[in-house]
Structure formats: C-alpha cells, structure tokens
Ligand binder design. Structure first.
Ligand code: SF4
Length: 260
C-alpha cells in the first residue's frame, strides 16, 4: 500500500475548490508546463525542491503518511459537516501520485467526509480508476483542445483528457464540474472556446466554470529563479468575460465565473 505522499501545502478554511469550507491538500508533482501556472513550485517530478524566499532557502514538499494527514485534516471535521464542505486534493497534478491519492481519499471517504479532486486528466485512465471509488466530486480542467497545440504548449495529450472526462461522467456517484482557465494568448481564442463548448454540449454537460487569469503566482517564479512569461499579461476585462460567457451560453452551456 502506498501510504506516503509528497505534499507541498495544506490550506485550511478554503471556500474555493469544492463546496462549503474545505481543506485543500496540495500534492507535489506535475508533468505539464502551463506558462500561467500559479503553483510553479509544484511542477516537475515527485521529489522535494527548494526556493529562495525573502533571502531564506525553503524546502518545497514534505513526505507525509496517510494517518498523519488524516489526523491533521479531521481536526476541522466540524467545519466540513456544518458547511457541506470536505477535503479537496489538488496539486500539481493529483494523478501523478495516483496510488497515494487513492489511498488517502479512501480514508476520508470511509470517514464520511466529502471528497474532491482538481485534475487536468493528464494521465492514462488506469490512474483515474484508482481514485474514482472514493470520490464525490471532480473539478476537471479543460485548457487547449487542439491536440498539436496542447502537446506543444503544455505537454498534454488531449485524447487522454477526453477519455478520462468521459469515463468520469459514467460514474454516477461523482459530480463532475468542467472548468476552463481563461488565459489570454493560450485558451481564450474563439476557436478554442468554441471547441470546448461544442465538446461539452456533445456530452450533454450543462454548466462550465470559467476561471479568469490572475497574477497570484507571479512572485513564486522569482523565488524559484524561473522566467515568468505572463508577467505583463493583463487580466480580462468584464466585456471580454461577457463575450466568452456568450460563446458557451450560445451552446446552452451555462457559465459560472470563478467556480466554487
Ligand atoms: S496542470 Fe496545473 S500544476 Fe500543472 S503546470 Fe498546469 S497549472 Fe501548473
């Protein structure tokens, strides 16, 4: 049993990333390379990294046992129960530590805590299947639909993404919420958004969450000593967001800005 995983952050009392008050467990490791990534410290392989923050070296990532994590998170059980919240496993990409994530989710599920993940669906289906028995909700990101561009820009296989989303939709105990990060120059072309809207419509999905670009992660690139190519990119105007909403709503897919 894989009972130890690499965790780089735990965020309590979150009111995003699932319903109610939640604890978000961020797993380190992501094979993708989204230029807009707000958690660049999570990227690449599953091993601890470091950055220099305010002149001090900090290690990113700590190996944690399942029992230890469950004990820590369950201290907030009262908030989960009274708010309809629970636990969300995020990243990085949760599927990169699929065995550990599956075992961790199993424990929370057994304890009756609402469970969610955030994923890009970037791994083969057998990784997803390790998690699905223990999931109540999946926040599933769709980014770039053109296969060549998706592979070239972020290193993702769109066929895997689609297979995973379509499989999750057959799992009737799971609420699947598609989300689209709205990233100028990458995901917001009319062509890309129409491709996503058409795809969602073909799957009879009635709602999508749209996540407008922000600069929250920009200082992290400095700590890591990495180049951040998005630093001069402005956030979207309300008119631009309205135009994007219309692309989905014209296909009868309702929009939620900012998501849960
Ligand atoms: S999938 Fe998420 S964690 Fe991975 S590079 Fe993209 S934005 Fe960052």
């Amino acid at each position: 049993m894989k009972d130890e995983g690499l965790v780089f952050n735990i965020q309590r009392y979150s009111v995003h990333d699932g319903g109610g008050i939640r604890t978000i467990i961020f797993l380190k490791g992501c094979p993708l390379a989204c230029p807009w990534c707000a958690n660049p410290e999570s990227r690449k392989v599953v091993k601890p990294a470091f950055w220099i923050k305010n002149g001090k070296k900090e290690i990113i990532g700590e190996w944690r046992k399942i029992d230890d994590l469950v004990n820590e998170v369950m201290r907030d059980e009262i908030f989960f129960r009274t708010s309809g919240g629970g636990v969300t496993i995020s990243g990085g990409e949760v599927l990169m530590q699929a065995d550990f994530a599956g075992n961790l989710l199993k424990e929370f599920y057994r304890l009756g805590v609402h469970t969610a993940i955030e994923t890009t669906g970037a791994f083969p289906l057998d990784c997803v299947e390790k998690l699905t028995p223990y999931l109540n909700q999946v926040l599933f990101d769709l980014k770039i639909m053109d296969s060549n561009r998706a592979s070239e820009v972020i290193g993702i296989n769109v066929n895997n993404v689609k297979k995973n989303l379509e499989f999750l939709l057959t799992q009737k105990h799971i609420e699947v919420i598609p989300r689209v990060p709205l990233i100028p120059g990458y995901t917001t072309s009319t062509q890309n958004l129409e491709a996503i809207a058409n795809y969602l419509k073909s799957l009879s999905i009635k709602e999508v969450h749209l996540l407008p670009f922000h600069q929250y992660g920009s200082s992290k690139y400095e700590y890591l000593g990495w180049n951040y190519t998005m630093k001069d990119v402005p956030t979207l105007t309300s008119t631009e967001i309205d135009n994007i909403k219309k692309i989905f709503e014209d296909k009868e897919v309702q929009t939620n800005i900012g998501g849960l």
